[in-house]
Write a protein that binds this ligand. Structure first.
Ligand code: SAM
Length: 205
């Protein structure tokens, strides 16, 4: 199952250019606003889960954050991001892993996930993600999560997506997290279509 997922994402990154995927954003403004407004210091560890070859990492490096990790199931995506970053790639810890198999060996201050959690359909996968998140995020660390909202697409790149309202996300994580901020926002794809997103910032209790 995990291998099929990996193959699926590697195929996408092997066959489509950077600007040919719906999630492309030259400046990931919403994610950056959440991270910068969280007022974490520049040397606190940040992980971008399912970061792919997103420009978030370029912008965080530019912003002076210096303990950065990108995890993705697709080594093709990671290689593309490294290539683009050139020497700056050495400033990033790269992890090729399915998030469901991730075994964090340290605790992060920020766990960012845009458009990855919503691909988890099975109850067990969602529960495993939650467990791994609790292990990988430090006390008072921030979870910054963006999923398709109830008005968002039902599928993305041929995969079904679980859509969430901000209230549902808040409730889902409420045993261990306090909601700090929620936002409904629209992502404009490179194909001039719109995708409705729910974003949420949660603080680990
Ligand atoms: C829709 S893209 C979003 C990429 C990036 N977060 C962004 O906002 O531009 C989903 C990303 O999650 C990765 N991914 C999908 N399922 C994953 C999993 N189970 N574990 C780790 N990464 C995964 C894909 O390879 C892809 O890079």
């Amino acid at each position: 199952m995990s291998n099929l997922r990996k193959e699926h994402w590697n195929n996408i990154y092997s066959s489509k250019k950077l600007e040919e995927v719906s999630w492309y954003q030259p400046i990931p403004e919403t994610s950056l606003d959440f991270i910068i407004n969280s007022e974490i210091s520049k040397d606190e560890p940040i992980i971008d889960v399912g970061g792919g070859d997103s420009f978030l990492i370029d912008n965080l490096i530019k912003g002076g954050f210096n303990d950065l990790t990108v995890l993705d199931i697709s080594e093709v995506a990671i290689e593309r991001a490294k290539l683009r970053l050139g020497e700056n790639a050495e400033k990033v810890n790269w992890i090729v892993s399915d998030i469901r198999d991730f075994n964090p060996i340290r605790e992060y201050s920020v766990w960012h996930d845009r458009a990855v959690f919503h691909f988890l359909q099975e109850k067990k996968d969602v529960q495993d993600y939650y467990k791994i998140l609790l292990e990988g995020l430090k006390y008072h660390g921030r979870l910054i999560l963006g999923t398709f909202s109830k008005d968002g697409p039902k599928r993305c790149c041929a995969l079904d997506v679980q859509r969430y309202s901000t209230g549902e996300l808040s409730d889902f994580f409420s045993n261990d997290f306090t909601t700090k901020k929620t936002l409904n926002t629209i992502h404009k794809t490179p194909f001039k279509t719109e995708q409705a997103f729910s974003f949420i910032e949660l603080i680990k209790n």
